[in-house]
Ligand binder design. Structure first.
Ligand code: SF4
Ligand SMILES: [Zn+2]
Length: 239
């Protein structure tokens, strides 16, 4: 029997009592958590029960277009008032660079793919958490009243450690950097149209199919980002 078939059997047994029937879609404790899909982190490790919070998960616990969408829905439609971002030690996304991951998967699959455009690999976990916090705190649809806090979960000892401080990645909501990371990226060419509007041409698009010629602005996270003043291999600014 496949695992999916086992789940179907378990669900049949669960449905006989269906004790979660009385829960509503609104998290009882008005909390939304963005975290990694890692198996070692669960509502149990956070002292929560089903119905307490929205748990939004992806590889890494990254604020992407889609997880941002979920958080916005969580607050505006379903009443959450606090956001927790949790990354964890020993995350798979810390063990390879963006390019390594793409090459490895491409070799296994035997073919290239344009999507997903990014894996959001990272090396410095605190910096990665700060970057996610900044993306949320500077987004125009995340009200200032929402508590947005970031944490590292240590899979070895089971403890959460709070990460404070702002990221050094450019603030895309800042009127001085409306293009986000492209604003000071060495791969960007600023172009002014005949109508006077400014857009950015990404030079990496000429050699790498993962980058589009004219990125949709603001670019909030980009593994190709290489700050003009210098930066590390992951395209993050050095501290
Ligand atoms: S590499 Fe990324 S940040 Fe740099 S110009 Fe291209 S899209 Fe913008
Ligand atoms: Zn992980």
């Amino acid at each position: 029997m496949s695992v999916i078939d086992e789940v179907l059997v378990a669900n049949e047994i669960y449905s006989r009592t269906h004790e979660l029937r009385r829960l509503t879609p609104r998290p009882e404790r008005k909390l939304a958590i963005l975290t990694c899909m890692d198996t070692r982190l669960s509502i149990r490790t956070l002292g929560l029960k089903t119905g307490d919070a929205h748990i939004i998960r992806n590889a890494g616990g990254i604020v992407t277009e889609d997880s941002l969408r979920s958080l916005v829905v969580s607050h505006y439609l379903l009443g959450t008032e606090e956001f927790m971002v949790i990354n964890h030690t020993d995350c798979g996304l810390m063990q390879a660079s963006e390019e390594d991951l793409r090459t490895r998967i491409q070799n296994r699959a035997g073919t290239a793919a344009v999507s997903p455009a990014f894996f959001y690999a990272f090396q410095n976990i605190e910096e990665n958490v700060r970057h996610q916090l900044q993306k949320l705190r500077t987004h125009p649809w995340i009200p200032k009243e929402i508590a947005v806090r970031g944490f590292v979960y240590d899979v070895a000892n089971g403890r959460l450690r709070e990460v404070s401080g702002a990221s050094s990645v450019p603030d895309a909501s800042d009127s001085r950097s409306p293009a986000g990371m492209c604003t000071d990226c060495s791969h960007a060419r600023e172009i002014e149209s005949a109508r006077g509007s400014t857009f950015y041409f990404c030079e990496r698009s000429a050699t790498d199919a993962n980058f589009v010629k004219y990125p949709r602005l603001p670019v909030l996270q980009c593994p190709g980002y290489a700050p003009k003043g210098g930066g590390n291999a992951e395209g993050r600014p050095t501290q």
